[in-house]
Design a protein around this ligand. Structure first.
Ligand SMILES: C[C@@](CO)(OP(=O)(O)O)[C@H](O)COP(=O)(O)OP(=O)(O)OC[C@H]1O[C@@H](n2ccc(N)nc2=O)[C@H](O)[C@@H]1O
Ligand SMILES: Nc1ncnc2c1ncn2[C@@H]1O[C@H](COP(=O)(O)OP(=O)(O)O)[C@@H](O)[C@H]1O
Length: 300
């Protein structure tokens, strides 16, 4: 986290890195390499980390500021910048600032989104000119969720999340709760009780109401704070887990209803209200249509 707010000016170019929600998640198999085959639906929300980039002539990639628990060399923004340099032969470098808004390890994909925004923004700022397919190929080794952020469209995802089919979904308001615990993705996927053989479904089953997250029973059992958040949220509608958690969410028809529920939250729980978006704020930034961020920036 950096003290100085990231602001657009002559030197720094500022780009959003939105969160995602997994509106459902089925674990339908396990590959030889231990990774799990999933079916999931990704939708973005207009709650974003903010990344600042300042191009350097000397080819160095540097993180400007600290991110607690993440060394600069392990930072997905730094790794993404290096991957783009290597793939394109670009001799330029960059300073990268990250104003962290999204909780880390919460199933909102903040780190993956930061990586994707770095690829998309530097492709413009460095003039490397890779097309979306090439950027998505660079994205996958950085993390299973990075390609969907590069493409920037709500999607039906299969495989480990790399086989993506764009979908048009309702765009409700969400109340997202951030329970005071961190869930390890790896721990959930290696848990002996995890269901790994769910029957694959079709998109129509999801739109018809099949919104199960197969990770939920394991996460509920292991993390009482997540169970409490789900129980509280379920008074307002279907309470769901995003990814492997820890964040949970429920959909509301309007912002006011979501905010009214938020006002009544139990003590000691963090969270926010945000709008679901089929088109990511990153894609809007890329095409210069930046209206969603300014008009829809979620409260709380
Ligand atoms: C589950 C999902 C759903 O969107 O979200 P999160 O809860 O992490 O946000 C993702 O597939 C997570 O993607 P991502 O967070 O990029 O995972 P990675 O860093 O690639 O993997 C972390 C670890 O989880 C396990 N893993 C991950 C994805 C997968 N399909 N099968 C797995 O078995 C592997 O042990 C891997 O070492
Ligand atoms: N720029 C970054 N922002 C957040 N996390 C990062 C970043 N770079 C590396 N990481 C690592 O990635 C992990 C997963 O982060 P994140 O994508 O936010 O959560 P999740 O995968 O649960 O949605 C973090 O715990 C952190 O160790």
């Amino acid at each position: 986290m950096i003290d100085e707010a990231v602001t657009d000016n002559d030197a720094w170019s500022v780009w959003p890195a939105p969160a995602k929600l997994n509106l459902m998640l089925r674990v339908v198999g396990r590959r030889a390499d231990g990774y799990h085959e999933l079916q999931t639906v990704f939708q973005f929300v207009d709650r974003c980390d903010r990344l600042g980039f300042r191009v350097r002539e000397d080819g160095e990639v540097r993180r400007d500021g600290e991110l607690p628990g993440v060394a600069a060399e392990a930072d997905l923004t730094v790794r993404a910048a290096r991957a783009l340099q290597a793939a394109s032969g670009c001799s330029l470098g960059v300073d990268i600032r990250c104003e962290k808004v999204l909780p880390m390890g919460g199933g909102l994909g903040g780190g993956s989104s930061d990586a994707a925004t770095t690829l998309v923004a530097l492709n413009v700022l460095w003039g490397t000119g890779l097309d979306t397919e090439a950027l998505a190929r660079l994205a996958l080794p950085l993390g299973a969720d990075v390609p969907v952020f590069v493409r920037g469209q709500a999607a039906w995802g299969e495989g480990v999340g790399e086989r993506l089919t764009p979908v048009e979904l309702p765009e409700p308001w969400f109340l997202v709760l951030v329970p005071p615990c961190s869930v390890s993705t790896q721990a959930v996927f290696t848990h002996p009780q995890l269901t790994r053989d769910s029957k694959p479904i079709k998109l129509a089953d999801f739109t018809g109401g099949d919104v199960v997250n197969d990770c939920l029973p394991v996460v509920r059992d292991e993390y009482p704070a997540v169970a409490d958040a789900l129980d509280w949220l379920s008074q307002w509608g279907e309470a769901r887990l995003t990814g492997t958690g820890a964040c949970v969410f429920a959909a509301f028809a309007g912002r006011d209803q979501a905010l009214a529920a938020w006002e009544q939250r139990p003590a000691g729980i963090d969270g926010f209200v945000a709008r679901g978006c089929n088109r990511s704020p990153l894609l809007d930034r890329l095409t210069g249509i930046d209206t969603r961020l300014s008009s829809r920036h979620g409260p709380a």
